[in-house]
Design a protein around this ligand. Structure first.
Ligand code: ADP
Ligand code: G6P
Length: 355
């Protein structure tokens, strides 16, 4: 039988403000699942969807209920729930999870208009990425795992300048103004979602350089919720202890300002969490194997898999620091979660027959 109920689509939510590294993260994630995800063939060239053998990534901007003109007329930003159709989002994500294909709208980022819908078939793994994957409680409840990319204001500013000034020719003032204009809605509707995330990657300015304001060297925290089914947090040296580690020396080359790791238990929005932190950057990516060998519960399939993945995508932004390292590790944890989830679901019908 091939009824909808037999399907095993695992749904992952990835939340972040735009320009905060979601697409880079998605490229690392789909690579861990074996094979880069690409836009659907023969469809709308402005589709936001990415598809690989195992994974489909949909962009939640496609659930904008107001197009660019509509938002302007009503004076609401894309971050405002009133500009988004959560009923449709819920209906379609739920259908896909149950193995039913959907006709998903397309928000065209070039024209700012809603294009005719595209057919999305239920994949093994569905990633919903965007501004609001954990905003609506109905959508939140059907996520099997959720991630929030928390980029501090200082770093967000540095990245936006890099992209919008260098690549898009915007002025410093206009970038500042656009960040300021988005901030109230960001604080009201996007940021609060991090309390629901199973894993948060927080990106902060370094503490290794006094008064650093360049935003090049980063301090990155991987905050992992305890007690999540099929997800056991990564640890450094000894699970549950509090550790501070400077790996620089004979086995790891570090130039100024060096590298520092911290690990330990903490509390995050009232939840028990484990936090792994890396401040600084790698000089030589191949030496990452030394760090990898001291981490446990990283869900690799062979020794050195994290280092191999990082070397494979050395050209992606963040490959020399904690953003790339933790995104890669979260990718491996999601692969592990997927395998455990599908194995546990596969058992259910057998037990049902026995009863
Ligand atoms: P999004 O998909 O959320 O809009 P992208 O992955 O396209 O974000 O990244 C947007 C820009 O932010 C990139 O072009 C790059 O300049 C910068 N960026 C993203 N991730 C990192 C990182 N880990 N380190 C440094 N810069 C980054
Ligand atoms: C956010 C949304 C986009 C939107 C952009 C600009 O980043 O993710 O969908 O296009 O804001 O919004 P605007 O109203 O200026 O087109």
């Amino acid at each position: 039988t091939c009824s909808a109920g037999d399907s095993q689509t695992v749904v992952i939510g990835l939340a972040a403000d735009s320009g905060c590294g979601k697409s880079t993260f998605m490229r690392r994630l789909t690579s861990v699942f074996g094979g880069a995800a690409e836009p659907p063939k023969g469809g709308n060239p402005d589709s936001n969807t990415l598809i690989s053998d195992t994974t489909t990534v949909i962009c939640l901007d496609d659930y904008h209920s107001l197009d660019r003109t509509g938002r302007k007329e009503k004076g609401v930003t894309a971050l405002d729930p009133r500009a988004n159709n959560f009923d449709l989002m819920y209906e379609q994500v739920k259908a896909l999870k149950e193995g039913i294909p959907v006709d998903k709208p397309i928000y065209n980022h070039v024209t700012g208009l809603l294009d005719p819908p595209e057919l999305i078939k239920p994949p093994k793994i569905l990633v919903i990425e965007g501004l609001h994957p954990m905003f609506d409680p109905r959508v939140r409840d059907i996520l099997d795992f959720s991630i929030y990319l928390d980029i501090s204001n200082e770093v967000k500013f540095a990245w936006k300048i890099q992209r919008d000034m260098a690549e898009r020719g915007h002025s410093l003032e206009s970038i500042k103004a656009s960040i300021e204009a988005r901030k109230p809605d960001f604080d009201a509707y996007i940021d609060p979602q991090k309390q629901y995330a199973d894993a948060v990657i927080e990106v902060l300015p370094t503490q290794l350089i006094p008064d650093d304001n360049e935003g090049k060297v980063l301090r990155v925290k991987l905050i992992m919720k305890e007690g999540v089914e099929f997800f056991s947090p990564v640890y450094l040296f000894d699970e549950g202890s509090t550790i501070s580690w400077i790996p620089c020396g004979r086995k790891l080359t570090c130039s100024y300002p060096g590298i520092k790791f911290n690990y330990g238990p903490d509390s995050y929005y009232g939840h028990e969490v484990s936090v792994l932190e890396m401040d600084g950057q790698f000089d030589r990516l191949d030496e990452l194997i030394y760090v990898e060998s001291h981490l446990s519960n990283i869900s690799t399939k062979f020794y050195g898999e994290v280092t191999q993945q990082m070397l494979k995508h050395a050209d992606f932004p963040g490959s020399n620091n904690g953003t790339g390292l933790f995104q890669t590790i979260v990718g491996l944890k999601i692969r592990d979660l997927y395998e455990q989830l599908t194995a546990s679901k596969a058992k259910t019908p057998v037990e049902a027959t026995k009863a």
